[in-house]
Design a binder for this molecule. Structure first.
Ligand code: PLP
Length: 710
């Protein structure tokens, strides 16, 4: 393993570097605490990045820590935990599958593992990160394949007028948990691709997520055209042609990277259509080795899983056929196909155009949506690909998403569960019987822990407003809009996610007078905390942010609306842990699953959500609130109807329940909803349940299901 020349550690604590370079630390409370103990201020200023802490920490301080018996004892314990985790002999997967299995290669355009690695934009990426962490915990042999975007995803600043500004920072390699990947013979892995006369070099980086390595491709390589060097520059940057080139690199390049690294995957999992070219590449490998196209298709289908995530049309890439032809004219002969047969692979019936999801659905043997509802919607959406079948017989199943609890639970809740459920609750987190014990936690204890998480959130928000005001000379009104006036006693509602249209961030502002009555009630005040980025090219999304921001600055709202800038995983943790209620109001049925509500619920933060995505199966009348989304109305009428349903449940049920306190000030009725929320969602919507489902039903099904004829 290459050492970082900027990190100099005394021999006694030298293994801090190993731990810093494995993102395992990000979900181990004790390891996080150790880096924080090394230098508390650096821990804050580096936004919790251990590699940066080790690089920047003053040598005297490091020397002092290496002689401090308490620190050393802690260090020894963390290193022992790390080694035990990495070397665990019998994780869940080994028990279930004692026979040797070759790995799953999980392809994704984004991976949200930690804020210090900004290569995700939202739910899709965070899901991929949670999937990898959980595969690691369970011992499922999995490797990730994706992109190392040197400029990451957009960073958001909101100007005084409320308009989102798009900033990009260049990743600093020396302070990131990223190292070059090496081939089995010890050479840095650099690939040469050539597609339709388009030559390209691709370098490969490695990020370790516990036992799961991610291999991330980067085109910013010596020898590439300046334009091509930008291909991996930014996540979802550039136009449709850039997007196509990224996807060529992801699917075809990614498959070749695995070959170069000597990784012989048994299963390929395309997380969303972006990676669908991997199917073509694996067909080509077989046909060129002499297999018939029919056999090659059968073999590739048998070993490929495709997950589709969105019913929104813009979420499915469609490229013009003439452009595809340009890149693939030398490729289809190697599949033994002619042009029309090749283009037919990715057409939807009656339409021209190369549809990446259609390609994946035709060639992958197993396909799934990400919630029960999303399964239904996807079968309906894609039924034309199977003209002889009824929608319910379309071969797309579902595995409902889940979240990696060790990542998303606050440290405080973590400790509470260790004390009141079981010390080893993490090993049994998908067991409902374990979580039923939440009922035995005294109400006051749970409420007190929640109030501390709320205080952590408000402190964090204030610090952020302070630093914006002080360091960046923001105006005072911006500090207020950023949440400086938030009230620890008000019922605090969180809404944070990407500002995509169907998520309707401003729905709750529909009837401002009605909302104001709720917010400004002196006895039972309510406040709203918003966060989220608009896609850098989406002016509509930016207008929604502006609408919220203007209200946040308006004295008539009294500081009861806040907009937290630059939503990322770090801020998401504070929000899902610290608000009182999590709001979600997508346009039914466009929310494929939604995962932030699952994060909140497991922290004891109940959901107020339109019945869509996971909530349609998760809601049980006692673990939150579910105003029914309207159907069959024109969009503007639907918004008004849905908003009215939300106000009504707030006015009649939620607010009164939250403010009804016993003599000790504990809202016992509310705490009962919190408990219900925890015990019903944690075991069902933890990523452990999800990855076990993928493993048993889709990756290594005991009896391989018959392939679907297309
Ligand atoms: C969990 C998460 C999301 C997902 O949000 P949903 O809209 O609820 O699916 C988006 N962004 C970040 C930073 C997250 O952590």
């Amino acid at each position: 393993m290459r050492k970082n020349p900027k990190i100099r550690l005394p021999e006694r604590i030298a293994r801090l570097e190993d731990v810093a370079y494995n993102l395992w630390w990000s979900w181990n409370v004790s390891a996080r605490g150790l880096f924080k103990a090394l230098d508390r201020t650096l821990w804050q200023t580096t936004h919790h990045n251990p590699v940066a802490v080790l690089v920047q920490c003053h040598p005297d301080k490091i020397e002092a820590r290496a002689k401090d018996p308490a620190f050393l004892q802690w260090y020894d314990s963390v290193v022992a935990q790390f080694d035990e985790y990495m070397g665990e002999a019998k994780p869940w997967f080994k028990v279930k599958h004692p026979e040797a299995r070759r790995p799953v290669a999980y392809f994704s355009a984004e991976f949200g593992v930690h804020t210090s690695l900004p290569i995700y934009s939202g739910g899709l990426g965070v899901l991929a990160g949670d999937h990898c962490k959980t595969a690691s915990d369970l011992g499922v042999p999995l490797v990730g394949v994706g992109f190392m975007y040197p400029q990451g995803y957009v960073q958001q600043r909101v100007g005084v007028e409320g308009w989102q500004q798009n900033l990009y920072a260049h990743i600093d390699w020396s302070t990131s948990p990223v190292r070059p990947a090496f081939t089995p013979d010890g050479q840095p892995c650099v690939l040469r691709l050539s597609l339709g006369g388009w030559p390209l070099h691709v370098a490969v980086w490695r990020v370790d997520v516990g036992r799961v390595p991610l291999f991330l491709m980067d085109t910013n390589v010596e020898g590439n055209d300046p334009g091509d060097r930008e291909i991996s520059g930014r996540l979802y940057g550039g136009d449709s042609m850039m997007r196509l080139r990224q996807e060529l690199v992801l699917g075809i390049g990614g498959t070749r990277v695995l070959r170069a690294l000597g990784i012989d995957a048994e299963v390929f999992h395309a997380n969303e259509g972006h990676a669908a070219f991997l199917l073509l590449e694996r067909l080509r490998e077989r046909v060129e080795a002499g297999m018939s196209l029919t056999d090659a298709k059968a073999e590739v289908a048998r070993s490929t899983v495709f997950t589709t995530h969105t019913p929104v049309a813009a979420g499915h890439d469609v490229f013009p056929e003439d452009v595809i032809e340009q890149y693939f004219k030398n490729y289809w002969p190697s599949l033994g196909m002619d042009k029309e047969a090749f283009l037919d692979l990715a057409r939807t019936p009656g339409k021209k155009g190369w549809n990446m999801s259609a390609l994946a659905l035709r060639l992958a043997g197993r396909a799934n949506g990400v919630s029960r509802r999303n399964g239904v919607v996807a079968r309906e959406m894609w039924k034309d690909l199977w003209p002889d079948r009824k929608a319910e017989d379309v071969p797309i199943s579902h595995v409902t998403n889940g979240v990696h609890l060790p990542t998303w639970l606050s440290q405080r809740m973590n400790e509470l569960y260790s004390t009141h459920l079981a010390a080893d609750w993490r090993q049994r987190q998908d067991d409902p019987a374990l979580w039923a014990k939440v009922e035995d936690v005294p109400d006051e204890t749970l409420w007190t822990v929640h109030l501390r998480c709320k205080r952590d959130l408000l402190n964090f928000v204030r610090e952020q407003a302070r630093s914006r005001w002080q360091a960046e000379r923001a105006e005072a009104s911006q500090a207020l809009a950023g949440g400086a006036l938030l009230d620890p006693d008000a019922l605090t509602i969180g809404f944070a996610r990407r500002f995509a249209r169907y998520k309707r961030a401003t729905l709750i502002l529909q009837d401002l007078e009605r909302l104001k009555k709720l917010m400004l009630d002196p006895w039972k005040p309510v406040q709203l905390v918003f966060a989220g980025k608009a896609h850098p090219a989406d002016d509509g999304g930016k207008q929604l942010i502006q609408q919220i921001y203007k209200l946040a600055k308006d004295p008539a709202i009294g500081g009861r609306i806040a907009f937290i800038e630059d939503y990322d995983m770090h801020k998401a943790r504070y929000l899902v842990q610290g608000v009182d209620l999590w709001l979600n109001n997508p346009l039914f049925p466009l929310e494929a699953c939604g995962t932030s509500g699952q994060k909140a619920a497991a922290n004891g933060v109940p959901n107020l959500s339109i019945l869509d995505g996971w909530w349609e199966e998760g809601y049980n009348r006692e673990n939150g609130w579910a105003p029914k989304g309207s159907e069959g109305l024109p969009d503007d009428k639907r918004d008004a109807a849905d908003a009215a349903a939300i106000y009504q449940v707030l006015e009649e049920q939620i607010v009164p329940l939250f403010f009804e306190r016993n003599q000790k000030g504990v809202p016992t009725g509310w705490v009962s909803v919190m408990k219900n929320s925890i015990k019903t969602t944690a075991p069902q919507y933890c990523a452990s349940r999800m990855v076990k489902d993928y493993t048993e039903k889709l990756y290594y099904p005991a009896a391989e299901p018959a392939l679907t004829a297309r």
